[in-house]
Design a protein around this ligand. Structure first.
Ligand SMILES: [Zn+2]
Ligand SMILES: [Zn+2]
Ligand SMILES: [Zn+2]
Length: 156
């Protein structure tokens, strides 16, 4: 279970103001990815006077603390994701679909990085790029089948 964000900020000497609490609440109830615009919109439902500047400052602070990481997955523009405990997704280069997965070899890799480099791994982010199942099916549906429909060309 993730540590409450408010605790993280307090531990690092930051005040929890009303607007900031609204931002933290939105983040904690958001899905895997959330954009600053969504944080602002949902945060204003909790704290109507919430400003865009406060949203960006709070997100930046959480990025500095290593809790969040900015990502860009194409169609949705810039977003933030939680990286504590690891974040793994595949991005389809054709349609921009983002698919999350849990399987990860980071436990072993983190161990070997620690041994080789004396590096203490705190979080990680794994992005895999390719083509999703739907897009592969669409390609097969539209492409002429090589055996029947394309007559052999003469010459070359
Ligand atoms: Zn992982
Ligand atoms: Zn993701
Ligand atoms: Zn796709």
């Amino acid at each position: 279970m993730r540590e409450p964000l408010a605790d993280r900020l307090r531990e690092t000497g930051h005040k929890i103001t009303g607007p900031r609490r609204a931002v933290l609440h939105v983040l904690e109830t958001a899905g895997q990815h959330v954009s600053p615009a969504e944080v602002l919109e949902q945060g204003r439902a909790i704290y109507p006077a919430l400003s865009r500047a406060t949203v960006y400052r709070t997100l930046d602070l959480l990025v500095d603390l290593g809790v969040l990481r900015p990502v860009c997955t194409g169609a949705r523009g810039s977003q933030v994701v939680f990286v504590e405990g690891g974040h793994h997704h595949m991005i389809c280069l054709d349609c921009g679909a983002v698919i999350h997965f849990d399987a990860c070899a980071m436990d072993d890799l983190g161990q070997s990085l620690a041994e080789r480099f004396g590096f203490q791994v705190k979080s990680h982010m794994l992005e895999v790029y390719g083509r999703c199942e739907d897009c592969q099916k669409k390609m097969h549906a539209t492409a002429p089948s090589p055996a029947s429909s394309s007559p052999p060309r003469k010459g070359g």
